[in-house]
Design a protein around this ligand. Structure first.
Ligand SMILES: Nc1ccn([C@H]2C[C@H](O)[C@@H](COP(=O)(O)OP(=O)(O)OP(=O)(O)O)O2)c(=O)n1
Length: 121
């Protein structure tokens, strides 16, 4: 494999952070002059719309096995896209609201663990 190909694989395998994604989204909006549309309410509505699109993928399928063993690759790819749209709007919403989502989510996991203690095996 050539140097450029290796670099692309490395980039795809790299664990990207919420902060990195947030910066990419900020840049995406800035370079399109879309910052004026990215208000908290608009972003929330856009995210809920994407949750609807995500739900449509599962609609009428009946229960779905973990790992989606019988799904077409194209359906899995579509699922990845809709999950990403929800995530990206959520990250952008948090950023616009001045919430550090990584920090807030980590604190919430700790809070959840206190509220729901693990079973003593
Ligand atoms: N004002 C906008 C519009 C789009 N996006 C970004 C965030 C989402 O990741 C994606 C959403 O794009 P679309 O509205 O085109 O939605 P879909 O990709 O789901 O297309 P479609 O609804 O045609 O299936 O683009 C954004 O940041 N700000």
């Amino acid at each position: 494999m050539g140097g450029e190909d290796e670099k692309m694989v490395e980039e795809r395998e790299m664990d990207i952070s919420l902060k990195d994604l947030s910066k990419k989204l900020e840049e995406f909006a800035k370079t399109r002059d879309w910052e004026k549309y990215h208000s908290p309410r608009n972003l929330l509505l856009a995210m809920v719309g994407e949750v609807g699109e995500l739900s449509e993928i599962f609609q009428w399928r009946g229960e779905v096995d973990k790992g989606l063993p019988n799904w077409e690759e194209s359906d899995k790819e579509h699922l990845g896209e809709e999950l990403s749209d929800v995530l990206l709007y959520l990250i952008r919403l948090a950023d616009i609201c001045g919430i550090d989502l990584g920090d807030a989510a980590t604190k919430k996991i700790v809070k959840n663990a206190i509220k729901y203690p693990p079973k003593g095996f």
